[in-house]
Design a protein around this ligand. Sequence first.
Ligand code: MG
Length: 383
Amino acid sequence: MHVSAIIAAGGRGSRFGSAQPKQLVELAGIPILKRTVDAFLQGYPFDEVIVALPEELAVNPPSYLDDVMVVTGGARRQDSVANAFREVAPSSQVIVVHDAARPLVTAALIERTVNAAYQHGAAIAALQARDTVKRGDASRIIRGTLPREEIFLAQTPQAFRVGVLRDALALASTASDATDEAMLAEQAGHHVHLVDGDPRNLKITTPEDLVLAETALQHHPRPARTGRAGIGYDLHRLVEGRPLILGGITIPADRGALGHSDADVICHAITDAVLGAASLGDIGRHFPDNDPRWKDASSLDLLRRAVAMLADEGLQVGNVDVTVILERPKIKDHVDAIRAALADALGVGVDRVSVKGKTNEGVDAVGRGEAIAAHAIALVRSR
Ligand code: MG
């Protein structure tokens, strides 16, 4: 999938009331625009990132925009997006539009929105209303109470398949002032899907918002650029009369792994890797082998439980890579099934799960076929 990002930074932020354009104001020591662009460059493997700037900035952009394409914005938001859209590569399939004034956007939110747009054609991040919603008239008299389960507050990112955004922007010249691209896509007759937004994904409109964003940053520091890595290892003896289960899949074999549970070395190594990345201990601490609850437990289920523990910490798996060391049988015919089962348990796409088989060249216990071992590495990041 070829994905482009457009960051709309073409306005001057007059509601903010500062001398310099709002997007250059610093949030905890770093310009808002740099934070937003970095969140995009680091949060998703975009094929290109295009930033629409006011003309005076576009002619001499700040150096932190060296890795992105810069275009001159227009009078209205939709004009800025249209200017950027003209520069999108012909191979692009999905285009994400984001407001520069939302610097706290997370990688997970970008990915949710991109995936939903790829699947449905158009999708935006939005928060369901929590407060009771009233409609009032010009004299501040309530004229009705709206059903809040039908009220969603739009955020960005907003993502579109290229044809949908083209249709939307074709209306932009005649539409008066669309406050977002989804509105134009709706008017063009497309269904726009709602994905769960993030309450921390604040839009910085006033100086008070800047204070709120600084507080949010203190309480939820951004993860390091590389996320957090964890490592896992497992080994089980191979004996006759036991099934050989790897990544939840039963592999035809004359011997299986001995253990209290199903002795699935792939799941055990990955569980330790994801728990390790989150500094949450190890498999033995959470699922001790002397606890009858885990006797004959599905290790794929234990892995699911570990992923749920990560979610409670605000973390999710980015990717995992596993090496299985087994003299026989060869696992290559089963690798796709194993990856699919692991991806489901980990809550990630199959492309984020790698499984590789090796032998031990006849050396040591593993080489003599007396044992099976697995090494795993996992990357986790904020949800
Ligand atoms: Mg084990």
